[in-house]
Design a protein around this ligand. Structure first.
Ligand code: SF4
Length: 221
């Protein structure tokens, strides 16, 4: 990682703001992006793991209406939960994890989704990204979040050369890059990677980051 550009706070701020401004104009609308109820945010993030937002959007509203509380999720038959998840795949694993999560929160946290990163991460089926997402989107903390989309976009713009989300350097980088809490930043990153900065052929001419992007500077087409 080159030190100089990464430590240039002005560049980080410009990229960050460009993502937020782009999201305001072009960001996608999903039901879980409207609220900040911790249970609903946690369920959404568990479903979004290894599944596209478009696929989750097809079942999310019905799922959250049917299993509208930790108690209802904990008491449901696993086969009933599985049926509600059948179109997003991994339904058996997901149903088990969702139900275990609900039981754990009821038993260990008095039925209240914990406002604590480590506690969230200890729940069944909740990884580092989902825990950080709940801290951000439900509780309003500027918690760094890293998944494959973040790694991909930050690698392209800042030439980080990070191999994947388990690399701690990208988590350190996102703590600097993230700035004050703003949900639109991470939603913007997800949507930019889905719509503009495609892995095979990015649409750099339509990208709000082109003037700051190392990849584009080396491959101007
Ligand atoms: S300029 Fe191109 S490579 Fe850089 S972030 Fe935008 S789409 Fe991706």
């Amino acid at each position: 990682m080159g030190e100089a550009p990464l430590l240039n706070g002005k560049r980080l701020g410009l990229v960050r703001q460009a993502i937020i401004d782009w999201f305001d104009r072009y960001g996608r609308d999903f039901p879980w992006r409207h609220g900040s109820e911790p249970f609903q945010i946690l369920v959404a993030e568990m479903l979004l793991r290894r599944t596209t937002a478009t696929a989750v959007s097809r079942i999310y509203t019905e799922f959250i209406n049917r299993f509208d509380s930790l108690e209802r999720l904990a008491r449901a038959r696993q086969s009933t939960i599985e049926r509600s998840l059948s179109t997003v795949g991994l339904q058996s694993v997901r149903a088990q994890q969702l139900q275990q999560m609900a039981k754990m929160v009821l038993k260990e946290y008095d039925g209240i989704i914990p406002e604590n990163l480590a506690a969230l991460e200890s729940l069944s089926g909740v990884g580092r990204y989902a825990a950080a997402a709940v801290m951000n989107f439900a509780f309003g903390f500027p918690e760094a979040m890293v998944d494959g989309n973040v790694v991909h976009l930050m690698n392209r713009v800042f030439s980080l050369g990070v191999k994947g989300p388990t690399d701690n350097t990208i988590w350190d980088f996102m703590r600097k890059f993230g700035g004050p809490q703003d949900k639109r930043l991470y939603w913007g990153i997800i949507d930019l990677v889905t719509i503009v900065c495609l892995r095979r052929v990015p649409f750099c001419h339509e990208c709000p980051l082109s003037k700051y992007c190392d990849f584009y500077a080396s491959n101007p087409k």
